[in-house]
Design a protein around this ligand. Structure first.
Ligand code: URP
Ligand code: ZN
Ligand code: ZN
Length: 458
């Protein structure tokens, strides 16, 4: 063995036990009591700590050209992810109209491969469904290890929007080849109309971001996407769900047997739209927006009852200078925020407070995403033959979040000042230590593209 983690408490989505974990060639090769380390084998003493499967973030936007600027780069973001216990991300290769999906993937991989510090995969953002080449390529893209797609019900201005017919046809076709369609669900007609009205009335302040995207605009769009998925007998994944109305639609859809999954993000559990009234309220603007306390509570309940099985961060990091591009007009804010590095420790602190088991935390932050996205059991668990992607987690470590303390290069953080108990002591990617005590110690370009399996229901 190259590495043995001794004396830790191993925690998967379904089990908790004391054991040593032995690693060779980047894989887990032994799990048991008193594993013997030969001379030359590196030994980590994890006494008093948990050994968790590496966190998986299925919703990340590195280096995304968006809202007139570009989000933080692949290396900075994945190094910061590693410091927070994340070992795999799924980023988005968003097709530009008129271009091929396969070419889009090639370009994205070219950009990412030399930079990523942790393993990664891609979803394809389909923006040009009516183009016959897109439809021809879909089976090949799935076969190549990318069985998940994101389609946008909004972002007409970005040239990303799909209409309902596109969505329906894509759901039918993806299902045939073992793929799943993700949707960004907001009602474009209402949000555009309200935005135009508010701008005309010179209502420019940040809070208007919330007022122009009321809850029903998400609820209705989620309901519509589910109706289309049901009619198409397709597999649907709602990305970044924010509202109690959306949750209710997913709950009802699942009851009817629709193959629908919904992810939420930490910002929709922890932050509320009164932040928009603060001096720097525009920093907190994302799309869809953060909501009311009642929505946060509904989403927690949705996770606890199993309607929401997994989480992503929707990290799309813009620094203070980039956020300033809004120049006082809510509709021009670069939408997105940092979230990778704080994902696991924030969720740990909150879940302990809510009385969750650590197994359940592992399920929503790692195992279920691995299952939903065709990475399991290579990723998302601790088992013989799985990649040795692990977090040695110190449940007692106290940390106060501050941008200065974080590995992230972003100069602000939505959770500055929040006090956490529990933090990753070490992150291991394919058997290699890549972060220690919140500092990245890995290597640029260490991460690999991970092809994924086509899937059925989980
Ligand atoms: O505000 C967000 N969510 N920015 C990233 C783009 C998206 O829609 O996920
Ligand atoms: Zn989106
Ligand atoms: Zn996103």
């Amino acid at each position: 063995m190259d590495l043995v983690i001794k004396n830790g408490k191993v925690i998967t989505a379904s089990e908790t036990y004391r054991a040593d974990v032995g690693i060779r060639g980047g894989k887990i090769v032994a799990i048991g009591k008193n594993l013997r380390a030969k001379r030359g084998t590196q030994v980590i003493d994890a006494r008093g700590k948990y050994v968790l499967p590496g966190t998986i973030d299925p919703h990340v936007h590195c280096e995304l050209p968006f809202c007139g600027t570009v989000s933080a780069d692949f290396f900075e973001e994945t190094a910061s992810a590693a410091a927070g216990g994340i070992t795999t991300i799924i980023d988005f290769a968003i097709q530009a109209k008129g271009t091929s999906m396969k070419e889009t993937i090639r370009a994205r991989r070219k950009l990412a491969d030399s930079k990523v510090a942790i393993d990664y995969s891609l979803h394809v953002g389909i923006t040009d469904w009516k183009n016959k080449r897109t439809q021809r390529e879909l089976p090949e893209v799935i076969k190549s290890g990318i069985p998940s797609f994101k389609m946008f019900m909004i972002y007409r201005g970005e040239g990303w929007m799909s209409d309902d017919a596109d969505l329906y046809e894509a759901l039918v076709m993806a299902k045939r080849y073992g793929g799943r369609i993700g949707v960004h669900a907001e009602n474009v007609y209402v949000t555009e109309t309200l935005t135009a009205k508010y701008l005309k009335e010179k209502k420019f302040a940040t809070y208007n971001h919330a007022l122009t995207r009321p809850n029903f605009t998400e609820g209705e769009a989620i309901q519509r996407a589910i109706t289309l998925a049901e009619a198409a007998d397709g597999s649907l994944y709602i990305v970044h769900m924010t509202t109690k109305e959306g949750l209710e639609a997913v709950r009802e859809g699942k009851k009817r047997g629709v193959d629908v999954y919904a992810e939420t993000c930490p910002q929709y559990l922890f932050l509320t739209d009164d932040l928009f009234k603060k001096k720097n309220g525009h920093w907190y603007a994302t799309c869809p927006p953060i909501r009311k306390r009642s929505d946060c509570l509904a989403l927690w309940k949705g996770m606890e009852e199993g309607t929401i099985l997994n989480m992503g961060t929707d990290t799309c990091t813009f620094n203070i200078k980039q956020k300033a591009l809004w120049k006082g007009v809510f509709a021009k804010i670069p939408f997105g925020m940092p979230g990778l590095e704080t994902f696991l420790p924030m969720m740990y602190t909150a879940c302990v407070k809510r009385g969750w088991s650590v197994n359940n935390l592992v399920a929503v932050t790692s195992t279920n995403s691995a299952k939903i996205f065709g990475l399991y059991p290579r990723k998302g668990t601790i088992a013989i033959g799985s990649d040795a992607d692990l977090v040695v987690f110190d449940p007692k470590k106290r940390v106060t979040i501050s941008p200065k303390r974080l590995q992230s290069t972003c100069d602000w953080n939505p959770y500055t000042g929040w006090k956490l108990t529990g933090y990753p002591a070490m992150t291991i990617s394919r058997g290699r230590i890549i972060a220690k005590n919140g500092k990245f110690v890995g290597e640029k370009g260490w991460g690999q593209f991970v092809p994924r399996k086509a899937y059925g229901r989980i």
